[in-house]
Design a binder for this molecule. Structure first.
Ligand code: DX5
Ligand code: ZN
Length: 226
């Protein structure tokens, strides 16, 4: 049972020219969120395993790798080799989801599955028992700075029900359009991990933006009664 709110700044919104300083500026966070985009599954290209190795050298925080690619079965090992601590692939893209989860676990890392706003939460039914984390997309993947989709609250409620019916409690991460303004409601509805891209890196003080999101999230945890 989660008793804290974890903040995962997404370096997709960071200043790539000064990535080391940007990582340093969010050292009060819980994870670094690393968005992999291939220009095929999503209409944007970000970074691959090479930059992940550099990021691992630039932070002590666990790195939460979010793969938005068409062929994760073929490439996920590259991210494990590069040091991914949590590895998320999209359910919509997986050829053999259980095989990937097993391999992730064999390497001692955490396995997570993401679903899009347009995917029904019950699609996780066959795999939820094996997951350490579920990532609920609250925007259509591809870009930072998009508006939070309100239907996410329904997705979160359905995920809570699904987890209860399986007697499991994976971490629940929400990604896209999250800020201190909606963090309390997002956590109150079931999130444990909040990704913050533009909300963190567009702020003047990144560390304060992380703290503000966490504080707002903690209010949500109280509303949830934990
Ligand atoms: C979107 C990415 C997100 C993105 C979040 O496809 O998966 O992680 O960086 O950025 P914000 O918080 O600005 O929506
Ligand atoms: Zn992401």
């Amino acid at each position: 049972m989660a008793t804290k709110v974890r903040i995962a700044p997404s370096i997709l919104s960071a200043d790539f020219l000064h990535l080391g300083d940007e990582l340093e500026s969010v050292s009060n966070a819980d994870y670094i969120h690393y968005d992999v985009m291939d220009g095929d599954y999503v209409p944007n290209i970000s970074f691959g395993p090479g930059i992940l190795r550099a990021v691992k050298r630039g932070t002590d925080l666990p790195v939460d790798v979010h793969m938005m690619v068409s062929n994760p079965d073929e490439t996920f090992r590259d991210y494990l080799d590069a040091g991914a601590d949590i590895l998320t692939f999209h359910l919509e893209t997986a050829k053999h989801a259980h095989r990937m989860v097993d391999e992730i676990h064999k390497q001692g890392r955490l396995a997570s599955v993401a679903i899009n706003p347009g995917t029904a939460v019950w699609a996780l039914d066959a795999i939820i028992d094996c997951l350490d984390m579920v990532l609920i997309m609250s925007v259509n993947p591809g870009f930072s700075g998009q508006k939070f989709i309100e239907h996410t609250y329904t997705q979160l409620r359905k995920l809570t029900e699904l987890c209860k019916s399986h007697s499991v409690r994976p971490l629940v991460e929400v990604d896209g359009g999250v800020s201190a303004a909606n963090a309390a409601q997002v956590v109150a509805t079931g999130a444990d991990v909040l990704v913050g891209g533009s909300a963190v890196f567009d702020a003047d003080d990144h560390a304060k933006a992380v703290d503000d999101m966490r504080q707002a999230g903690m209010r949500g945890l109280e509303m949830r009664g934990q």
